[in-house]
Design a protein around this ligand. Sequence first.
Ligand code: ADP
Ligand code: GLC
Length: 498
Amino acid sequence: MKILFAASEAYPLAKTGGLADVAASLPAALKRLRNDVRLILPAYPAAKERIEKPKTVASLELPGVHDTVQLIEGTLPDSSVRTYLVDIPSLFERPGGPYANTDGEDWSDNPARFAAFCRAVVAVAMDRAGLDWRPCLVHGNDWQTGLVAPLLSLEPIRPATIFTIHNLAYQGNYPWHVFNTLNLPGEWWNSEALEFYGNFSFMKGGLMFSDWLTTVSPTYSREIRTAEFGYGMEGVLSKRSDRLLGILNGVDNLTWNPVRDPALVKNYSIRNLKHKVRNKVALLEEFGLPVDREALLFAYVGRLAYQKGVDLILDILPELFDQPVQMVLLGSGDKGYEQRCRDLAAQYPEQFGVFIGYDEGKAHRVEAGADSFIMPSRYEPCGLNQIYSLRYGTVPIVRHTGGLADTVVDATPRAIMTRTATGFVFDDATPASLMGAIQRAITCFSRPPVWWRKLVVAGMETDFSWTVSARDYIALYKDALNDQGITPTDSEQGADAG
Ligand code: ADP
Ligand code: GLC
């Protein structure tokens, strides 16, 4: 199949979170299954620097965009997935992140930036960019690609469309006057189209117009049909529930693998778990904590955001630190949480090590060196860190929601006996409920080591490789093509799956 995979970030070209990991590793997995999948994303400065073998292959004129748009073709490092960068200097050539400036404020022209990106995706999808390549299916991800399916719906003959929700809380909603600047059909200002409670919504465009919708775990796919998790989109999603599937994310076994991870001081596997301790010692030193091999070392890596329940962790730390345990935290985001982390680190210098910032290598070393990873998310579409923790033998403590519920098996006595338990799961997003799970972990850790080891080994043995999920996507792609009356072979001439 020829698939155009559109996303606003993909590791290592641009990354703010898990979407980047998925947008890199899913196309690579699809390619390994012999599909001609090509990735397309905006040409941020870092992406232009990091893409391999770049060459400008086409120029386009897009409605509402003053610059000539260039398409840079290259390959995604490590996977050789063919990648197009949409180069619009006035929109993407600037310092800061994909969505925000260096102070963390969203770019005010984000609607224009991502509307232009969507138009470029459509131009490539309709083979109007002179690439002589026509995908049978376009797979968009999150609100930044939300206009792709609506724009494609205007074409008499078009590829099939899939839209994946990675986080429903970020919707790209803007007022009428912004809609008015984007040269979109006036009839889309309609609750059956893009209008959403008096605004217009990129996300709603994706949800209403795509042939199929997916999200990144089965549990989240059910949760988002309810008011608690739907962020106002629950009605739309309930209506489209026959077209909504949850497919669990996988893990890139090359990037996240303790056996060969170059960021670690010592690689290890289930067979030589003793080397994990070397990573623990190095991690404690890296975070400036006294080395106590016996003390249970907890960790957190991730955005410091309300979604992640970081406040629950910070609330319980004083009580937790009454016990001989330590914790390291790597993250950035909400300035209030960042300050609370620094204050607590100053208060508990022997027990709490904090690094505020973004550091890929450190994230790997934390996964390898910690004993247990805490992830008390209020909602979690999939969550990758708990899966990385399982791979690295770092027992996760998670809230029973979204992908966390689908990936971690609670250590009930029975599950421990049957060697299926992989972590500790709790229900309520409250400090007390989190503390209860942490206490269970501490008790388990204090028993003869064989108990903890059972959890570690069961987690490391669980298979989260992409192959299974990629096959689910392929099955869905085939359904989508069937619905459209497209046979993949129609468009296979000139396919390049190699
Ligand atoms: P989300 O996408 O909601 O942020 P995920 O668990 O799906 O959460 O993915 C988070 C990804 O971002 C992981 O690859 C994680 O290692 C990485 N990450 C988050 N914060 C940091 C940080 N401060 N430094 C390095 N990596 C980070
Ligand atoms: C989002 C979600 C996270 C998910 C990631 C990749 O950022 O918050 O749960 O793992 O996307 O799908």
